[in-house]
Design a protein around this ligand. Sequence first.
Ligand code: PRT
Ligand code: ZN
Length: 213
Amino acid sequence: MSSVLRIALQKNGRLSEDSYQLFKECGIRFDYGTGKLKSISSNFPAEFLFLRDDDIPGYVEDGVADLGIVGENVAVETGRPVTTIHKLGFSKCRLSIAVPRGVDWTGIQHLDGKNIATSYPNLLGKYLAEQGVQAEIHEISGSVEIAPSIGLAEAVCDIVSSGSTLLSNGLKEVETIFRSEAILIARPELDADKQSLVDKLLFRIKSVQAAKN
Ligand code: PRT
Ligand code: ZN
């Protein structure tokens, strides 16, 4: 049987539409947005799996999927040994530390001994260690920006795009610790047949990107 690439995409979220558009522009057709969790392309040897973004690096590591699209923030935070094969240029954002607007920010040492709420304990922990700051990391999975106003933490570390969520929660961005965009990740060991399909796909992706620049 000839090889079929299994590609994991976010089911429903900020990466979904652009991921689908990318394949569409590459001339690869598949059903999307039908509520199904799997879809086989009608004109390229690929099968698409629709998953939560946080699960994608693990599925790629385990070989359930050969390729996946995730934010670099998620790929690095999960720490899975997957290979980044291409940067895709969409879903750009940054992971930043923010504090209540009234705080007189004098630098990262301000956080010594403080509580910081985040969904990115690994990225934040590494950054604080590099800066020599000893702070308490409080991991929460969502609505991080509300933490200071309910007394849960003195600062937050969260994804920022326009900055309006921080603003509407009375916070100001003081340090950017990581810059992210969507990336194509792959299982480190692909057999020759699959690698040649990945090469074909990458060629198309690069052509689409070149045409836009
Ligand atoms: O359900 P599932 O687990 O699949 O999705 P999710 O809710 O975990 O992720 P999703 O869809 O919100 O984001 C997917 C990826 O998009 C992230 O991992 C980032 O790589 C990227 N991305 C780009 C963003 C944003 N922009 C973004 N603005 N991810 C989250 N946000 C959130 C942020 O957490 C904050 O609450 O939007 C708010 C800030 O936005 P601004 O514009 O107000 O600054
Ligand atoms: Zn998620």
